[in-house]
Structure formats: structure tokens, C-alpha cells
Write a protein that binds this ligand. Structure first.
Ligand SMILES: CC(C)(COP(=O)(O)OP(=O)(O)OC[C@H]1O[C@@H](n2cnc3c(N)ncnc32)[C@H](O)[C@@H]1OP(=O)(O)O)[C@@H](O)C(=O)NCCC(=O)NCCS
Length: 154
């Protein structure tokens, strides 16, 4: 498995858009519109970023984004690690853990000493990876807000 930056792989925009829409968007959100949004959101700059995990044969396995605050009422909280997603057949093989760890490293390399995320899945998954719940319910969906102090970039 290796990680590539979405900004350098336009061919992966459709699959990443599908994942993000299926897993996180309101039902009925058009995938095509998300392709354009992702292309605009992620340039080749270090941050914000989107990383895609691909298998040795080029099969896309999952993705993660590093973005500015996901919370309209807390714009000072950044970076946010968002859209962590692994295709169903590949789950449970540590792809998600590797994507999360890579996103943390990218945030540290961009100069941040801590990162945030909204836990759409079980927050204990993140707690096992060093994250802490700092608010029980935030945003429209009322999900836990989590924070992690990042190891300094090497
Ligand atoms: C959350 C998610 C990214 C994790 O990806 P993953 O590649 O399965 O992650 P890992 O393999 O690193 O860890 C999976 C955990 O479940 C366990 N597991 C075992 N078999 C599994 C399976 N078939 N499917 C899922 N998890 C499994 C693993 O042992 C591991 O447990 P641990 O936390 O005690 O280490 C993935 O489940 C997903 O895409 N979910 C839907 C989208 C989502 O909720 N994203 C989070 C947004 S905040």
C-alpha cells in the first residue's frame, strides 16, 4: 500500500467523491458536483491536503483529508482531519490507522502542534490511537469533537 496526494492524481477524484458523498453527505448530494469541489479544495500545497491509499496494483482503498475547521462556530480550531474512509472490503487491515497516522504527520509537517476531528464513528477507535474527546456533541450532527497533540515533524 502507498499514499498519494489527491492533488497529483485527478484520476482518483471520482472515486474519492463517491466515498465522501456515500459516507458523509446528505442523501441525494450529486457526486459530480463534489468532484469539482474537491479539485478546487486541494491544490498541490502542503495544507489543506487529501491523501488516498492505493494498493500495489493501483486499486484505491481509502482516503483522508486535512482541512480548516469543520465547525462554523469554532473557526479557530484547525487543522481538522476529515473524511477518513476505507472501502468496505479493505476494512480491518489497518488502512484506516495508516491514513490517520499519515494525516497527523502531514498536519505536523504543516506546522500544527495539535489536530481536531469530529468522530462520526465510535470515538474509542480514535482514543486507541491517542485522541481525546473534548466535547461530547458538536455541529449539526451532534458528534464528539476530539483533539490530539501531534508529535513534532522530523
Ligand atoms: C473508521 C474506518 C476508516 C476504519 O478503517 P479500517 O481500515 O477498518 O481501520 P483499521 O483496520 O486500522 O482498524 C479497524 C479496527 O476494527 C477492527 N476490525 C477487525 N476486522 C474489521 C473489519 N472487517 N472491518 C472493520 N474493522 C475491523 C480492527 O481490529 C481495528 O480494531 P482496533 O481499533 O482495536 O485496532 C472505516 O471503518 C470506515 O471507513 N468507516 C466508515 C466511515 C467512517 O465512519 N469514517 C470515520 C469518520 S470520522
Amino acid at each position: 500500500m502507498k499514499l498519494v496526494r489527491l492533488a497529483t492524481r485527478a484520476d482518483l477524484l471520482p472515486v474519492v467523491s463517491r466515498w465522501v458523498v456515500e459516507a458523509f453527505a446528505e442523501p441525494g448530494t450529486p457526486v459530480d458536483a463534489r468532484v469539482d469541489a474537491l479539485r478546487e479544495m486541494f491544490s498541490e500545497s502542503a495544507y489543506p491536503f487529501s491523501l488516498v491509499a492505493i494498493d500495489d496494483d493501483g486499486t484505491p482503498l481509502g482516503c483522508v483529508h486535512g482541512v480548516e475547521s469543520e465547525l462554523d462556530d469554532r473557526p479557530e480550531l484547525q487543522p481538522f482531519i476529515a473524511a477518513l474512509y476505507v472501502e468496505l472490503p479493505w476494512r480491518g487491515r489497518s488502512v484506516g490507522s495508516q491514513l490517520l497516522a499519515a494525516a497527523e504527520r502531514e498536519c505536523a509537517a504543516a506546522g500544527f502542534s495539535e489536530a481536531y476531528l469530529c468522530a462520526w464513528n465510535d470515538p474509542r477507535w480514535y482514543e486507541r490511537r491517542g485522541w481525546q474527546v473534548i466535547a461530547a456533541r458538536v455541529g449539526d450532527r451532534g458528534v464528539p469533537l476530539m483533539r490530539k497533540a501531534l508529535a513534532p515533524a522530523k
